[in-house]
Design a protein around this ligand. Structure first.
Ligand SMILES: [Mg+2]
Length: 268
């Protein structure tokens, strides 16, 4: 563990979260938070040690889960969710899919109704996006990535917006990407609210615009239920201002996020 990556604010937050693990939720994003961002989203892997520390946390804290825009099955495979190692949970597609400790994927039926629209939009986009722009297909979402062709950002965004409009989908922007999701799809805030509403304390670690709703759900729990909350921004040159502005703790990249979790999981 590299504690030099953690400042006083991070250490204070960890102390707060360690006061009562049996009533504390530890929730985190995946890409850009536990896994360094890579050009090809299919080849993304968590930092070495990230999976192990999540399982260690899940054996002590009341609820530990990864909440991501990725498919839940991808998260489960990347992090060993459902392997029997712990009760670590995975929430995919912003909560529309979930993998429990038994490894079974549960899909929100309302979201499932949008699968055909998403397929049609993704197929259309595949035919028209400029070279280097990648369409990542998920069951009920499709992501347009321009990390490998940043010069095509405006064109890609425009095409994504057009396809979303034509198929009644919502467009969510992220780090060098935009995602088409069902209208009124769940966001990470809904997942945080569901998991943390009974907790004494809760934290969420995230790096992107899609994590801001999670921060806001924590802020609301703090206001309405007195929950002790820690919003951790995992910063990069691409950090959206809202994420940094609403964070209690700002960490420098996934390695610092891993150090934060390792310190949190350390034996008393
Ligand atoms: Mg992320």
């Amino acid at each position: 563990m590299d504690s030099t990556l953690l400042g006083d604010e991070a250490l204070d937050a960890i102390a707060l979260l360690r006061e009562a693990p049996e009533r504390t939720c530890v929730l985190s994003d995946f890409d850009g938070t536990l896994a360094p961002i890579v050009d090809d989203p299919a080849s993304s892997v968590p930092l070495p040690g990230a999976m192990e520390v999540l399982h260690r946390l899940a054996r002590r804290f009341t609820s530990v889960a990864v909440v991501s825009g990725r498919p839940a099955a991808f998260l489960a495979a990347a992090l060993g969710v459902g392997s029997g190692a712990s009760r670590l949970g995975a929430y995919g597609l912003y909560g529309a899919e979930r993998v429990g400790p038994d490894g079974e994927v549960v899909i929100d039926p309302e979201t499932e109704e949008w699968a055909a629209s998403v397929t049609a939009a993704a197929d259309e986009l595949r035919d028209v996006v400029p070279p280097g722009v990648v369409i990542e297909r998920k069951r009920t979402a499709a992501t347009v990535h321009w990390r490998s062709a940043p010069e095509h950002e405006l064109v890609a965004l425009d095409l994504a917006r057009g396809a979303a409009d034509r198929h009644g989908l919502e467009l969510r922007t992220g780090r060098m990407s935009a995602e088409l999701v069902p209208a009124h799809a769940m966001d990470k805030g809904a997942v945080v609210h569901m998991l943390a509403s009974e907790a004494r304390a809760a934290c969420f670690l995230g790096d992107d615009a899609g994590d801001v709703p999670a921060f806001r759900a924590l802020a609301e729990l703090s206001r309405t239920a007195g929950t002790k909350v820690v919003r951790v921004a995992v910063a990069s040159r691409e950090s959206p201002p809202a994420l940094l502005g609403e964070a209690d703790v700002v960490l420098d990249g996934p390695k610092a996020a891993l150090a934060f979790l390792e310190r949190l999981a350390a034996e008393p």
